[in-house]
Each structure stands twice: as structure tokens, then as C-alpha cells.
Design a binder for this molecule. Sequence first.
Ligand SMILES: NC(=O)C1=CN([C@@H]2O[C@H](COP(=O)(O)OP(=O)(O)OC[C@H]3O[C@@H](n4cnc5c(N)ncnc54)[C@H](OP(=O)(O)O)[C@@H]3O)[C@@H](O)[C@H]2O)C=CC1
Ligand SMILES: O=C(O)C1=N[C@H](C(=O)O)C[C@H](O)C1
Length: 264
Amino acid sequence: MIRVMVCGAYGKMGREVLRAVHKDEMLSVVGAVDVNSDFADVGDLIGVGKIGVVVGNDLATVISETKPQVMVDFTAPEAVMVNIRTAIASGVCPVVGTTGISTADIEEVRELCKKHRGNAIVAPNFSLGAVLMMQLSVNIAKYFPYVEITELHHDQKLDAPSGTAIRTAELIAAQRGVLKQGNPKEVEKLPGARGAEYAGIRLHSVRLPGLVAHQEVMFGGLGQTLTIRHDSISRESFMPGVLLACKKVLTVDGLVYGLENIMS
Ligand SMILES: NC(=O)C1=CN([C@@H]2O[C@H](COP(=O)(O)OP(=O)(O)OC[C@H]3O[C@@H](n4cnc5c(N)ncnc54)[C@H](OP(=O)(O)O)[C@@H]3O)[C@@H](O)[C@H]2O)C=CC1
Ligand SMILES: O=C(O)C1=N[C@H](C(=O)O)C[C@H](O)C1
């Protein structure tokens, strides 16, 4: 059994991960952390009755008391790097889904893994469909370089654009380079009307109750458009990817960035 702890235990993803890890035959929930912990039993949190694992409020303490091998982090952009540093320095391998991690942060995680001879897996999106959407987008951009991305999420999301949208733009830009899109003389009558920009790609963010996590990548060509869309209609969509990462992180080599790199 691989010993797993979860950071962000009271959150939407944290609870789903605890439920999935608890059910998995190769994984065992040994610890959990949330900033505003009232030391609830994890079993009560996920509706299976007490399992004798409580939610702590300090990561270093929980690591020293529960000896996890893997830390799953679904917290918040301002918390995630602190948690990664603590985990790697303590010999615990992070599996990270929290977004808002910059390119410089990724390089820091890579260096920390080298320094402490540890491993980590960081993925902007753990759902298979989203990974395929990103891979297809790169292929389509070879033929349709003009593209805009619209991501749609629940209205409690803290960051915009989503980590997935930024990663999609990065991957497309690596394929086609920087490309000025639209009319050079265009004017925004209201600020932000044309969305955020990455390498000439416009990114639009929709936030509404009722949504979970969705993205459209729309390509335009001569007399035609091509749109691909992925919908996570529940957070279960992320669980196979998270469980796979928990099982692989102990044996990968240093940092792995992106779920596609551990899917065979
Ligand atoms: N890679 C992927 O596939 C996916 C990534 N995500 C990302 O995961 C992150 C979490 O999403 P979601 O579960 O919806 O968010 P939630 O706000 O529902 O949950 C986050 C939880 O983490 C807690 N928290 C904040 N800081 C800390 C800390 N330092 N230590 C421990 N716990 C902390 C929050 O507490 P409090 O509310 O009191 O601040 C909250 O309970 C986001 O960045 C989101 O973008 C989400 C889905 C899929
Ligand atoms: O906050 C979310 O919900 C999600 N966050 C990730 C992102 O920002 O891309 C992954 C998924 O879109 C759900």
C-alpha cells in the first residue's frame, strides 16, 4: 500500500480525492490537511464512517506524525509552492493539481527534486479528455494556426484563465509560434473585451454557477471553423489521473509535468 496524504482536504477536489484514494486497493489515506481544520475524521468527511485519520492544520506536523510517501495537493495558488517545498524537503513526493503555478515555479520544483533526490508530478488537468483536447489542439494548429480558447468554470474558481487554458495556449504557441491575430486596428470599447492574450492567442473565461470545468478551442481558417470541446461534468473525471499519478510518482525520474507523460 502506498501511503497518501491530501492537502486541501475540505475542498471540492480534496474530498473527491480522499474518497477515491480510500476506495483504491493500492493506496491508503494516512493523513489530511486543511487550513481551517477542526480535526474532523476523514471517514466522516467522505461519508464512510470514522477511519481514524483526522484532518490536521499544519502540513509539517501531519507529515512527521503520519509518514506519508505521497502528498496530493489541491489547495490554492498562494499555498501550493509552500506545500511542495515542505513535502519534497521531507522526502514526500507531491502529486499536484493546484493551478496558478508559473514556469519559474515549475523550474524550482525540478531543481528541488534534483537537490533532494525526490519525485513530483504536476498536472494542470488530470482528466483524460482534457489531455486529449490539448494534444489534438497542437495537431490541429499545424493546419489552422488562428485560434481562440474559451474556458468555462464554476463561479467559485479563484484563478483566471484556468491552468488548462494557459497550458493549451503554451502548447499551441510552441507549435505555431507567436502570431498576431485579429485586425491590428481593433479597439476594445470595454476593457478586456478581447480576453487575455498569450503569444497572440486570446483566452476567454466564463464563470457561472452550474458549471464544473469546460473548454472550447476554436480554430478559424478560410471559409471554415473547427471547434473541439471538453466537458468535465463531475470531479470524478479527474480521479483516474490522480490515482495513476499517486501510483507512478514514487518511480518516475524527478519532476513530471503533465499527465500525458505518465499515460501509456
Ligand atoms: N489539475 C486538475 O485536474 C484540477 C485542478 N484543480 C485546481 O485545484 C485547486 C483546488 O480546487 P478546488 O478543490 O475546486 O478548490 P476549493 O477552494 O474547493 O478547495 C481548496 C481547499 O484548500 C484549502 N486550502 C487553502 N490553502 C491551504 C493550505 N495552505 N493548506 C491546506 N489547505 C489549504 C482551502 O481552504 P479555504 O477555503 O479555507 O481557503 C479549501 O478547503 C484549484 O487551484 C483548482 O484550479 C481543480 C480541479 C482539477
Ligand atoms: O478550478 C477548477 O475547477 C479546475 N481547475 C483546473 C484549471 O484551472 O485548469 C483544471 C480544471 O479545469 C478544473
